[in-house]
Structures are given as C-alpha cells and as structure tokens.
Design a protein around this ligand. Structure first.
Ligand code: ZN
Ligand code: ZN
Length: 174
C-alpha cells in the first residue's frame, strides 16, 4: 500500500460547489481525508476538433504525471464530453488498482443541480473504486454497477455494496 493518505480531487474548471459536494461524498464512502486542488490544463490537450470531444486516455496520461504530498489517490474532474476509441462517450476512466482516475461532467448535467451533483458523486466514487481494485459489480444499487447513460447512473446508489466494501477494506489493509 502507498504511504499516501489523502484523496485529492482536482478540478479543471468545474464549479467549486461541485468539488465540495463530491469531497463530502468521497469522505463518506472511502473514509479518507480529501483535499481539493485545481489545475489549468494546456489548451486543446486531448481535444479532438472533429468529434468535439476530449479523449479520456490522453487526459489520464496527463494526470498520472501529477502528484501531491501524501497522495493516495487523485481524481480529476473535467467539464468535458469524454470519449475513447470505439465508444461514443464515457463518463470516466481510471487505472485499475492505480492512483489516478477522472470524470467528465458534461454528460452528467441536469437542470436540477442536486441531481447533477449526485451523478458526479456516483461516477467519482465509481472511478475511485476501480483505483482501489474494484471491478464492475452486478449487485443492484452498488456504485460499481457500470453506467452507459445518465439513466443508469440515476438507477444506482452512491455507496458500495457489502461485497465491494469488503474488497475495499482488504485493499486498504497493509
Ligand atoms: Zn467502471
Ligand atoms: Zn458491489
């Protein structure tokens, strides 16, 4: 296990209120201290002008070069529409059992701010789960259910199921 103890949430132009809401939710689920930061991205990095989307893998590569003091995990929040080769869009990306993950908020927005924030909280918890080694889970309501539409995000909860929580605890043991 890494010596880090903080989960860093890094905003790339997303609302501060959103970061605060996500921080609260991450703390609740992963029982770790959360620190906030923000970075200005090099212009056009990962942007595909034909698709008018940002390529998630390029952003993740950029993120993996970012490290903070006593960092355990880092999740970047981008206000972008993200894609990967072969799919129309994705909500987020992370390295399984790695340290870095990211979420794009563009496709999670809603006229109702509470719903928008809730969706982002779920997807951040989902990607963080992957960084702790969690795979996709079929238990209804578990945040590790895969989501390919906002409706699927809405259908699941913000928390890990019992089984995923056990795996998380094991992953956090030294
Ligand atoms: Zn996933
Ligand atoms: Zn689960």
């Amino acid at each position: 296990m890494s010596e880090g103890s903080y989960i860093y949430l890094v905003g790339f132009g997303v609302e501060k209120r959103l970061l605060l809401a996500v921080a609260k939710s991450v703390k609740e689920v992963f029982k770790r201290e959360v620190r906030l930061s923000h970075i200005v991205l090099p212009p056009y990095l990962a942007y595909d002008p034909h698709r008018r989307q940002h390529r998630a893998g390029v952003l993740l590569d950029f993120l993996t070069r970012v490290n903070y003091p006593r960092m355990l995990k880092l999740v970047g929040l981008f206000p972008f529409d993200l894609y990967e080769e072969g799919v129309d869009f994705i909500f987020g990306l992370s390295r399984l059992s790695g340290e870095h993950g990211l979420v794009g908020t563009f496709r999670l927005t809603s006229a109702e701010e509470r719903l928008y924030f809730e969706r982002v909280c779920k997807e951040v918890n989902h990607e963080l789960g992957h960084t702790f080694g969690l795979l996709h889970c079929g238990t209804p309501g578990c945040v590790m259910n895969p989501s390919e539409s906002p409706q699927q995000v809405d259908a699941k909860g913000r928390f890990l199921c019992e089984e995923c929580n056990k795996i998380l605890s094991k992953a956090q043991e030294v």
